[in-house]
Write a protein that binds this ligand. Structure first.
Ligand SMILES: Nc1ncnc2c1ncn2[C@@H]1O[C@H](COP(=O)(O)OP(=O)(O)O)[C@@H](O)[C@H]1O
Ligand SMILES: [Mg+2]
Length: 317
């Protein structure tokens, strides 16, 4: 058994599922390539772990160009955004992640650049204000969001919108097979099906697969069998119904003590909605988390649980 290390496809051939979307994107990209025109700006919509960043990477590599980014929208000040815009070269693919975090004023600014690839600004010359228009080489913006309704309508309508679809258990199993084959690991089909059954999306599935393989290695197993996966699942983390995102969340609080919702979401690269709706309820229910006017922090129980989990689950992901 080998450890599963990196799995970051940059070719559509390695993207499992999402057949309709792949066809749609490939048609558009190949039409652009054949006619020597700029591909459209693309907005990838989907929950965390469903393949948005992966698809952005595949788009750039299909076009034989480097992906500029990912830039995280929450980190973009006007200055930073302008620096990116002014450094664009013809046909670059610029990737902005969690684009709904971009301040509305910056959404407008970017929108006007996307409209005709110019940037108009006022400068002072001989004590008079004068408008100058800077031309920006044509480029394509690929943006990802988990929360599209936080985008300005006019901005959102600028994009070709691609809605990532949910994965069936079968597709997740196929993905796990692909990864196991790439790493030359032996497995029972039922073992991978069991992992797929416990995962919500590719990211969770891969993280569980990594863990199961690590577990198999520590058990000196020759292959990933069904029993090994059952035992791996029984270990603390999944028995608690927590997944890696809960653990990442708890680790931040463990490290920093008390944090605001805003700080936590930006550290975890998730929308506030996802944090309050997907992550916190289970932690509150289990009594691992408390929320006060000062912010979020772990309860003593939460800290104990995390220490125990980390003991078994290893380092920062
Ligand atoms: N359709 C897919 N085919 C193959 N691997 C995928 C697919 N979707 C996601 N992954 C893998 O799952 C992990 C999370 O995907 P990512 O693109 O980072 O998701 P997102 O950006 O939507 O949060 C990565 O390791 C990625 O390579
Ligand atoms: Mg991503």
């Amino acid at each position: 058994m080998y450890r599963i290390t990196d799995w970051q496809p940059s070719s559509f051939d390695d993207v499992v599922g999402q057949e309709v979307i792949k066809k749609k994107i490939l048609t558009t990209l190949s039409a652009a390539a054949r006619t020597g025109t700029n591909p459209p700006h693309i907005l990838l919509l989907g929950a965390r772990g469903t393949g948005k960043t992966t698809i952005a990477r595949c788009i750039a590599s299909y076009l034989n160009t480097e992906l500029r980014g990912p830039f995280n929208a929450a980190d973009l000040s006007k200055e930073k955004l302008l620096r990116i815009i002014f450094s664009i070269r013809e046909y670059n693919i610029v990737f902005i992640d969690e684009i709904h975090e971009l301040k509305p004023a910056l959404q407008s600014l970017l929108n006007s650049v996307l409209q005709d690839f110019t940037f108009a600004t006022l400068i002072r010359k001989n004590n008079k204000m004068k408008e100058i228009v800077v031309e920006i080489p044509p480029f394509s913006l690929v943006a990802a969001t988990t929360d599209p309704h936080r985008l300005l309508n006019s901005f959102r309508s600028r994009f070709l919108r691609i809605y990532l679809q949910d994965y069936s258990k079968h597709e997740i199993t196929m993905l796990l097979k692909k990864i196991m084959d790439k790493f030359k690991n032996e497995y029972d089909d039922a073992a991978l099906e069991l992992i797929a059954y416990h995962a919500q999306n590719p990211r969770d599935a891969i993280s569980l697969l990594k863990f199961a393989c690590d577990y198999a290695i520590t058990q000196d197993a020759e292959k990933l069998s069904y029993d090994i996966v059952v035992n791996a699942l029984k270990t603390f983390q999944y028995a608690q119904g927590l997944d890696d995102i809960h653990i990442s969340y708890m680790k931040k609080l463990y490290k920093y003590g008390t944090l605001s919702l805003k700080a936590l979401s930006s550290m975890l690269n998730l929308s506030e909605n996802t944090v309050t709706k997907d992550i916190e309820p289970i932690l509150l229910e289990k009594g691992f988390l408390k929320i006060t006017t000062k912010g979020r922090s772990l309860t003593n129980r939460g800290r104990r649980i995390l220490q125990k989990t980390l003991g078994g689950f290893g380092a920062e992901r």
